[in-house]
Design a protein around this ligand. Structure first.
Ligand SMILES: C[S@@+](CC[C@H](N)C(=O)[O-])C[C@H]1O[C@@H](n2cnc3c(N)ncnc32)[C@H](O)[C@@H]1O
Length: 254
């Protein structure tokens, strides 16, 4: 995977976890405390410390939204054993296939949850806890009446900015031209393509320029075929169909 400049070194002594390396891949809903009654005025009261679900809680956390059958997680997690991966997939059938695949692979640095990732990010994920959000081939919801179901939205970008560490990244790939155009409209409100935006004194550092938009760099994953962007099931299927892809990386600005 492309390395981030701020990637922290592993601490010499890592804090103990509530969870052993052999813990099940699935984090059940029952592991989550209920949302507090005062959630509307006490947003942090709903947050869950996601690190405690991993045997090495101090390691950097990356989240995949819409993991499908878990192919990206299964390929990427052994490449980066010093990273914790958490995948969200709300279709139970795909989720179980992913859990099965990761269990059989003996993955110790991956967990999956079967729930709505957008709502979870909004209500449950603490600030500045995540290094990368992966969003590969999100459902395009092509009918206008379903556009509100699209993952990329102003709410999502606000939540992504909040949960990412400084210089953390949202990585996005899509095959869908009209969804891509929709994303571009949203990115224009939230990001700058000028690398100088990384400089603290840059004049374009307004509240509406929360991310730097830059070219997508594929992870270096030994199991990916040459020319692949992320090597997910949908990428492989769409590649066979000859569909073109669009991809970008949004880097969180302070
Ligand atoms: C088109 S598939 C892509 C799967 C995988 N990322 C890939 O590239 O092969 C989109 C996946 O995202 C899941 N999904 C869509 N919206 C979701 C949400 N809000 N929370 C969790 N999963 C979601 C769908 O169930 C589906 O499995």
């Amino acid at each position: 995977m492309s390395s981030l400049p701020h990637q922290p070194a592993l601490p010499a002594a890592e804090a103990p976890s509530a969870c052993s390396a052999a813990a099940p891949i699935e984090i059940p809903r029952s592991a989550l405390p209920p949302l507090p009654d005062d959630i509307l005025t006490n947003r942090p009261g709903g947050h869950v410390d996601l690190r405690r679900f991993f045997p090495h809680p101090q390691r950097p956390l990356e989240i995949e939204i819409g993991s499908g059958k878990g192919t990206f997680l299964a390929q990427q997690s052994p490449e980066c054993p010093g990273t914790n991966y958490l995948g969200f997939e709300y279709e139970r059938e795909f989720f179980m296939m992913g859990v099965d695949k990761l269990t059989r692979a003996g993955s110790t640095n991956v967990r999956m949850m079967c729930l709505d990732a957008g709502d979870f990010l909004h209500w449950r994920v603490p600030d500045a806890c995540c290094r990368v959000l992966h969003l590969y081939f999100p459902d395009p919801w092509p009918k206008a009446k379903h556009h509100r179901r699209r993952m990329v939205s102003d709410r999502f970008l606000a939540d992504a900015w909040r949960v990412l560490e400084q210089r953390g990244e949202v990585r996005i790939v899509t095959d869908h031209a009209e969804y891509w155009a929709w994303m571009q409209e949203h990115f224009a409100r939230w990001s700058s393509a000028d690398p100088a935006a990384l400089e603290p004194a840059h004049a374009d550092r307004s509240a509406s320029r929360c991310f730097l938009r830059r070219a997508f760099e594929p992870p270096t994953n030994a199991k990916m075929s040459e020319g692949e962007l992320v090597g997910t099931n949908f990428e492989r299927k769409y590649r066979r169909e000859g569909r073109p892809f669009n991809a970008t990386t949004l880097v969180k600005l302070a």
